[in-house]
Design a protein around this ligand. Structure first.
Ligand code: GRF
Length: 209
């Protein structure tokens, strides 16, 4: 069984989607812990209710990024994970931390990377007049919202979209592609060749809606 640790900062709907599919589809994996940097993160409740270990590493208690990263790594290591999943985890992680989990840490970002790394992706997509947007699951590298792309979803941007309506359309696809990407990882079905992620049996890494 592969051991998955999920890091969240808030609602945790992607964490929920991964946990539900992992349990329902009997993946060779288990979500062994959910760790938040916000004591009030709503997703912690779901984790507790499902018997998953939880921990809080409150970034406000640390004066440097290095000391926060070290405490976070300690909390993670207590669960000996095979995979670390960033699911709406809103802290930038330092290079040392990222390298420690190289090739075994995934993130989801609500844009078609490499477009719009960082915050306010939906607002920026609307302001740019994009006709399509989406979400990206990628391996985490030291550069923010970069790294080998595992899967992307594409949704239309509609003429009367608001930031909220676009975010909701993208989020619905996040709940499909993130569990898929994690399932491939725990089954050992992903290969990275020259920075490009491929599914070993050629499964489609694109969700068009
Ligand atoms: C998602 O849109 C994710 O892509 C972004 O933050 C949001 C987190 O939502 N990084 P949730 O906490 O998974 O509900």
């Amino acid at each position: 069984m592969k051991r998955i640790v999920i890091l969240i900062s808030g609602r945790g709907s992607n964490m929920e989607a991964i946990q539900r599919r992992c349990a329902q589809e009997r993946w060779p994996a288990q979500v062994v812990a959910v760790i938040a940097n916000q004591p009030q993160a709503a997703g912690l409740e779901f984790a507790r209710a499902h018997g998953i270990a939880t921990a809080v590493v409150d970034h406000q208690r640390f004066s440097t990024r290095e000391s926060f990263d070290a405490a976070l790594a300690e909390a993670i290591e207590a669960h000996s994970p095979d995979l670390v999943v960033l699911a709406g985890f809103m802290r930038i992680l330092g290079d040392t931390f990222v390298r420690r989990y190289e090739g075994r840490m995934l993130n989801i970002h609500p844009s078609l990377l490499p477009a719009f790394p960082g915050l306010h992706t939906h607002r920026r997509a609307l302001q740019a007049g994009c006709k399509a947007s989406g979400a990206t699951v990628h391996f985490v590298t030291p550069q923010l919202d970069h790294g080998p792309i595992v899967m992307q979803s594409v949704v239309p941007v509609l003429p009367d979209d608001s930031e909220e309506s676009l975010a909701a359309r993208v989020l619905a696809t996040e709940h499909r592609i993130y569990p898929q990407a994690v399932q491939w990882f725990v089954r050992g079905e992903l290969r990275i060749e020259a920075g490009v992620v491929r599914h070993i049996a050629g499964a489609s890494q694109l969700l068009l809606t």
